[in-house]
Write a protein that binds this ligand. Structure first.
Ligand SMILES: Nc1ncnc2c1ncn2[C@@H]1O[C@H](COP(=O)(O)OP(=O)(O)O)[C@@H](O)[C@H]1O
Ligand SMILES: [Mg+2]
Length: 384
């Protein structure tokens, strides 16, 4: 069954499209796709902003993303003759977290939180913080309303679902029982401490023994200080989540034509459906096609073998080892292409209504605006 083709230009030309989110498992091309779509949209007249998470260094440099100041910067070298513009920023997870603290706590308390070792480890390493911060930043950018299209790259998680799950997981963690327990003494004050039952006192002293008094105190001050802000945190994460459900959002699932990536894409597609989040299509990235597709793998291999036989005989003519090697490589590529096609068809038969755009594997990494333009053009010119 042939898949429905994704009409990328219609998607990015539609002024009602305000947010495009590129999701997918690690290494499939999310950052590349997000940047290519942002660039194309800008060159077709939109005020676009790309929120990237982990661009490779050369790509970052070519987009002018050299300073990590956590605000969108104008990208040079973009054709703005259509009236559009491109801004880009690279998400600095810790900086975003710090900014929230600074914006929502009074200066003393903010300083106290920022210096707290628990805060420092949570803000820079807790699994899910990056996803949460990507959502937070998206909420901020959308709220600022300076761009009419925001293209979001998602963090390099193993699983595409992390982008949707992590903010809530972080919420559950901060809301969790251990955290509650740690904060009880600080919240209740000393008078309450006196009437605490012996069991709880023992528990606290056990924790003190395990964690050390200073660590326990740090944890308590962190959570108490954080608690006053946390309602806001969760509310904003929920608001952004709802924003993702509005029709102005378009999810694009990026996958490589490989079993794991496509399985992941399937999960993600089902999840979006369950959450009523608008899916625009699948980008099947890095597919292999051969320019000499008329020569089948089987015939190519047969020819290679014939050349081998010729070389082994005692005819005095030229040797054909190199030609045989090229033919074998061609056969391998044809077989790879066939395998990829089968995997893609498997996905399409499970999700026949999902539009697909295929991007052929480029001979080189995509590391500059020209490379992004090529990807954008391929994405938009899916022959029927
Ligand atoms: N169609 C493609 N052809 C060749 N290289 C590609 C293609 N798409 C992505 N790449 C390269 O693959 C690498 C990973 O892509 P990236 O967009 O960073 O993936 P992700 O963000 O999903 O981890 C990058 O070096 C990028 O330049
Ligand atoms: Mg990436």
């Amino acid at each position: 069954m042939a898949p429905v083709k994704l009409d990328m230009d219609r998607l990015i030309d539609d002024r009602r499209t305000r947010i495009v989110v590129c999701c997918g498992s690690g290494g499939v091309g999310k950052t590349t796709a997000a940047a290519a779509i942002g660039l194309r949209a800008a060159e077709r007249g939109r005020q676009a902003c790309v929120l990237t998470v982990d661009p490779a260094r050369r790509l970052a440099q070519s987009m002018g993303l050299t300073s990590l100041d956590n605000t969108p910067r104008r990208v040079d070298g973009v054709d703005t003759s259509g009236g559009g513009s491109l801004h880009a920023m690279m998400l600095d997870m810790k900086r975003t977290f710090d900014e929230i603290v600074e914006a929502h706590a009074d200066p003393d308390r903010a300083a106290q939180i920022l210096a707290n070792p628990f805060y420092q480890s949570l803000s820079s390493s807790f699994a899910g913080t990056q996803e949460y911060m990507a959502m937070e930043k998206l909420g901020q950018l959308r709220h600022a309303d300076e761009w009419d299209l925001i293209v979001v790259d998602t963090p390099p998680s193993r699983s595409a679902l992390d982008f949707l799950d992590a903010p809530q997981r972080l919420g559950r963690f901060l809301d969790g029982r251990l955290i509650r327990l740690l904060t009880v003494p600080a919240r209740a004050g000393m008078s309450y401490m006196k009437v605490l039952n012996a069991g709880f006192a023992m528990m606290t002293s056990a924790l003190t023994k395990i964690l050390g008094a200073q660590v326990l105190k740090d944890a308590q001050t962190f959570v108490t200080a954080f608690d006053t802000m946390f309602g806001g945190f969760r509310e904003r994460a929920e608001a952004t989540y709802r924003l993702l459900q509005t029709p102005g959002t378009a999810f694009l699932v990026v996958a490589a034509p490989e079993p794991d990536a496509l399985r992941e894409a399937s999960y993600f597609v089902e999840r979006l459906d369950a959450e009523r989040m608008p899916l625009a299509g699948l980008i099947l990235n890095r597919v292999h096609v051969s320019p000499a597709a008329r020569l089948s793998a089987a015939r190519s291999l047969a020819a290679a073998e014939a050349l081998d036989v010729h070389d082994q005989g005692d005819s005095p003519g030229p040797r054909y080892g190199l030609a045989a090697g090229v033919l074998r490589m061609h056969a391998e590529r044809m077989n790879l292409g066939k395998r990829e096609r089968r995997l893609a068809e498997h996905f399409t038969s499970a999700h026949p209504a999902i539009p697909v755009a295929e991007v052929v594997a480029q001979p080189e990494d995509v590391h500059d605006l020209d490379g992004l333009r090529v990807i954008g053009t391929i994405l938009s010119q899916q022959s029927p």
